[in-house]
Structures are given as structure tokens and as C-alpha cells.
Design a protein around this ligand. Sequence first.
Ligand SMILES: [Zn+2]
Ligand SMILES: [Zn+2]
Ligand SMILES: [Zn+2]
Length: 193
Amino acid sequence: MPSQQLTKNTDDTLSSSWITPITIRSQEYYAKTLPPKDFKSENLIAINRDGDRIDSYFPMPPKDVWEAYNRRARNHKICNKLHLGGECGDLSCEYDHSYVDPELLTVMYYILRQTPCPLSGKCRSIKCYTGHHCQRDSCKGSRPCKFGRRGHTIDIHLAKWVIPDDTSEPDSHRLSPTSDDSLYFGPTSMSTF
Ligand SMILES: [Zn+2]
Ligand SMILES: [Zn+2]
Ligand SMILES: [Zn+2]
């Protein structure tokens, strides 16, 4: 390509900057950048320097755990509200309330953290177990990921911990993602049915 063409292409260069690809973040990056899931992250909300909420690090559970989870959930979908939120006030809840192996709960946590929170970075609810950005290894933002561009570009460095405010909890947090097909979101080999 002749080099003088480059100067004529300024317009193209400008417009393409609007659609620059998202930053591909590896699992190692998430692991070393995001705060760990511990007592602090279960009681306080982590935010970045822009005031956007960031999640604690939660890696994808191993394949055999996914398989065990899928076998169980296929028969009877597990109640998120009870097993993750601690209580289910729905007397006519049709989801499974019986004992769930803590290992299988990691799959549920992972799925929900990969389900975008409607309040996104503004969310301050400690009970919110949906996600505030993507943390899927090397995700390019394409399906099955449900996070938009923002979910892959926000700064995920911890700036400070803030007190949760559960009064801002939207009704949508009450929706049970159990009824969502996203339950089968997982390694490609798992989503074949
Ligand atoms: Zn329930
Ligand atoms: Zn939230
Ligand atoms: Zn993603």
C-alpha cells in the first residue's frame, strides 16, 4: 500500500477509534486485579476510582463441577434466593430448596456474576449477587457473554470500600435468574443442549 494513502485515511482512522475492540482481559489479570472473595467483600462494596462497583474475583468452576451442577439443575432448578441470598420468602416457590453441595453453589455464583446487574456500577446492594462487569477469561464480549462493552472496559482496580446501601435495591434484584437460560452458560462444551 502506498504510504501517501495513510494521510488520506484520517477520517477512517477517526471513525474506527469509536469501534476499537474491547480489551481482552485474561483470568490472570482478573485474579491479580480484583479483590478476593472474603469477609471484607461480603460486607462492603468495592468501588473503582470512578465510583463504579467492582466484583470480587470469582473464577469459572472446573468442568466436572459444572457437569454435576447441570445434572442436578436439569432435574430441578435450584432456588438462587434461598441458596445464594440466604432466604426465599416465596411460599409457592417452585425451585429446589433441598440441600445443595457448596461446590455446586460456586457454579451458581459464577453464573450470576456473569449476569449483568441492572444498576451496573451504581449498585450498592450487598445482597446483589449479579455481576457488575465481566470476569470471564479472555472474553471478547460476544455471546454467550451478556455484558456490553462497558462491562469489559471499566477500570477494575480497587480504589476503596464503601458501606452497602440496600435501600437502593431495585425490584429487578428480586427476579430469580433461576428461570433464565443463562443457567447453562458455561464452557462451550456444556452448552450443547
Ligand atoms: Zn425458593
Ligand atoms: Zn448489583
Ligand atoms: Zn464478557
